[in-house]
Design a protein around this ligand. Structure first.
Ligand code: HEM
Length: 131
């Protein structure tokens, strides 16, 4: 199996990942029924994001934190959602690619998920059940 090398590789895993997300019982409704994601716009933006992260393409300009803060105002986001998102992301990569850049994608996603969750938590927007 090859590593992620080109923009087309990034576009392929992004497409496969969101196909999985949309069919997923825990996450699909958040994207389609809560955020009403416009997929023909979202997929190229996410491809630009990951090609900027992994291939230094510099094609992404955006604010992922804002997107998730806005989303958390519309629906409760829980740590389990993030864990599940990361699981689907990692599985999609494993099915499609292998190598250092693929590992980097996994690590970056975990890091960004942690940053988003800590920000949501500190603004009282992460839905954590009281112990
Ligand atoms: C619970 C897990 C997550 C959910 C439910 C979620 C959902 C969403 C939604 C609904 C949007 C807005 C899409 C749109 O309106 O076009 C979005 C944007 C985005 N998400 Fe997530 N997301 C999650 C986790 C993550 C993680 C861990 C990353 C890490 C890389 C990430 C990266 C992004 C990026 C880069 C954008 C685009 C922001 C922009 O430029 O508009 N998401 N996400």
């Amino acid at each position: 199996m090859n590593d992620i090398e080109t923009e087309a590789d990034v576009a392929l895993f992004v497409e496969r990942f969101y196909a999985r997300v949309r069919q997923d019982d825990e996450l699909g409704h958040i994207f389609d029924d809560v955020a009403h994601v416009n997929w023909p716009e979202h997929l190229p933006r996410i491809t630009a994001f990951w090609s900027t992260m992994l291939l230094n393409s510099g094609t992404y300009a955006g604010n992922p934190m804002r997107a998730h803060l806005d989303l958390a105002l519309k629906t409760p986001l829980r740590p389990e959602h993030f864990d599940h998102w990361l699981l689907l992301f990692s599985q999609t990569l494993t099915d499609t690619f292998s190598g250092p850049r693929t590992d980097e994608a996994r690590q970056r996603a975990h890091g960004i998920a942690a940053v988003i969750q800590s920000r949501l938590y500190s603004t009282g927007l992460l839905a954590v059940d009281a112990a």
